[in-house]
Design a protein around this ligand. Structure first.
Ligand code: PMP
Length: 439
């Protein structure tokens, strides 16, 4: 049925000659005949270069919390053009936005700006090392923190004589294997394992880096007990707790996952929803640690605190802080989950929603996963079939079960009715395709 990707496909064939995989970020490459090129976005909708319209739940992996082309945010960014450009000098608005972040997030006693989430997390790790005088750090499996060497690791498991041996190895070619000496990787929600790692190596560990809701892994949440243990262990062993709120920040609550899950990090990182899509990120945390930034510990860059992005952030955060935008996002997310759940339940398909309604993962299994390794229990193949069909029908979710469904304040009842109607078709078509395969 109906969707043509003729122009996207043609463009891909030309683009791939000049741009590796035909795109500017690996995650935009969905295969040579499926990679989309966008033309325009507005509210909760996107249009591709072939003129296909989509209700968007991928939402650029989270930034457009207020919806695309938000008039007030865009007007603020345009007004900032009057400043004349990027002088790489500070502007007065940096303090205004830092004050807003500090008001919304109690941990954010001091704030520094950056351009991407990866940069903010890089700086957080450096600060943690400077603060503790240690080099090693703990990562949680299934977490994602950007495309830089320090965080591109995975746990490889092998069965030997009936025992499972685990080893941390690079998650991308080009990451120096020798850096693995610094990395300890643990499974989310396994408090005993975390305790064991700290007991063994506590005097070498500078930081625990954690996403309390794993925004790149079905939205698996850390339990309250696990977070309490993590907090206690960091205190006991003098390690810095870095809470990566690049996806959850200013989305799951005004104060992010730390407010929602009553967690107090030492440092935290933000990006995405902070600027409604303009390139801005922040590193924030306890003043005692942030004050290490100085002549011998640099943080920054030419575009850090870029006037347009900063103006967009000032307006976005004002709206998120002072209106009911986040309550509307959550309420839509809940209604969306109820609608999808009803359709799946009517067909006897086991499922659970994870994370937060504003970024909910759909896990096709009876029981919720507690960590990344549980992914094997989910019916990813069915999810892929549904997602593929949804795309054809004009509902955009990432064609990969691991990515949650992001909701914006621009999603409305019309989007909901359309999504439910098309989801029902997509599920039935995916089930029929499965029956045909098995026949
Ligand atoms: N941390 C988390 C939790 C993320 O989800 C991401 C990106 N998806 C990053 C860091 C990296 O952010 P950026 O893409 O802006 O570098």
């Amino acid at each position: 049925m109906g969707r043509s990707l003729k122009r996207s496909n043609e463009h891909f064939r030309r683009a791939v000659e000049r741009l590796p995989l035909g795109v500017s970020s690996n995650y935009r490459y969905w295969g040579e005949d499926r990679t989309l090129y966008m033309k325009r976005a507005e509210g909760a909708r996107l249009w591709d270069v072939d003129g296909n319209e989509y209700v968007d739940y991928r939402l650029g992996y989270g930034p457009a919390i207020l919806g695309y082309a938000h008039p007030a945010v865009d007007a603020a960014a345009c007004d900032a053009v009057a400043i004349g450009g990027c002088t790489a000098l500070s502007t007065e608005r940096e303090l205004e936005v830092a004050e807003r972040v500090a008001k919304m997030v109690p941990t954010a006693e001091m704030v520094r700006f950056a351009t991407s989430g990866a940069e903010a997390v890089t700086a957080a790790l450096r600060l943690a090392r400077a603060h503790t005088g240690r080099d090693a750090y703990v990562l949680v499996e299934g977490g994602f923190h950007g495309l830089f060497d320090a965080v591109l690791w995975r746990t490889e498991r092998r069965e030997v004589d009936g025992r499972t041996l685990a080893r941390v190895g690079p998650d991308a070619r080009g990451v120096p294997a020798m850096l693995s000496q610094l990395v300890r990787q643990v499974a989310l929600n396994d408090a005993e394992q975390l305790e064991e790692v700290f007991r063994r190596d506590g005097d070498e560990i500078a930081a625990l880096l954690i996403e309390p809701i794993q925004g790149n892994c079905f939205g698996i949440p850390a339990s309250r007990e696990y977070l309490e243990t993590a907090r206690k262990l960091c205190d006991r062993y003098g390690a810095v707790l870095i809470v990566d709120e690049v996806k959850t920040g200013f989305r799951v609550a005004r104060g992010g996952a730390q407010e929602l899950l009553r967690l107090r990090g030492d440092l935290c990182t933000f990006a995405k929803a902070m600027g409604n899509g303009y390139p801005i990120a922040a590193l924030a945390g306890r003043a005692e640690i942030m004050r290490h930034i100085g002549p011998d510990l640099p943080q920054g860059g030419t575009y850090a605190g870029h006037p347009m992005a900063l103006a967009a952030a000032a307006k976005t955060l004002e709206i998120l802080d002072e209106t009911d935008a986040l309550e509307r996002v959550e309420s839509y997310g809940l209604r969306l989950q109820q609608a999808l759940s009803g359709i799946l339940a009517a067909r006897g398909i086991p499922h659970v929603f994870l994370g937060h309604p504003s970024m909910g993962g759909l896990f096709l299994a009876d029981e919720a996963p507690s960590c990344a390794a549980d992914w094997e229990r989910s019916d990813d193949a069915l999810y892929d079939g549904i997602a593929e069909r949804l795309l054809e029908l004009g509902i955009l979710c990432e064609p990969d079960a691991w990515e949650p469904w992001f909701v914006s304040a621009a999603h409305d009842d019309v989007c909901l009715a359309e999504t439910a109607e098309k989801f029902e078709i997509a599920v039935d078509d995916a089930l029929a395709a499965r029956r045909r395969e098995r026949a």
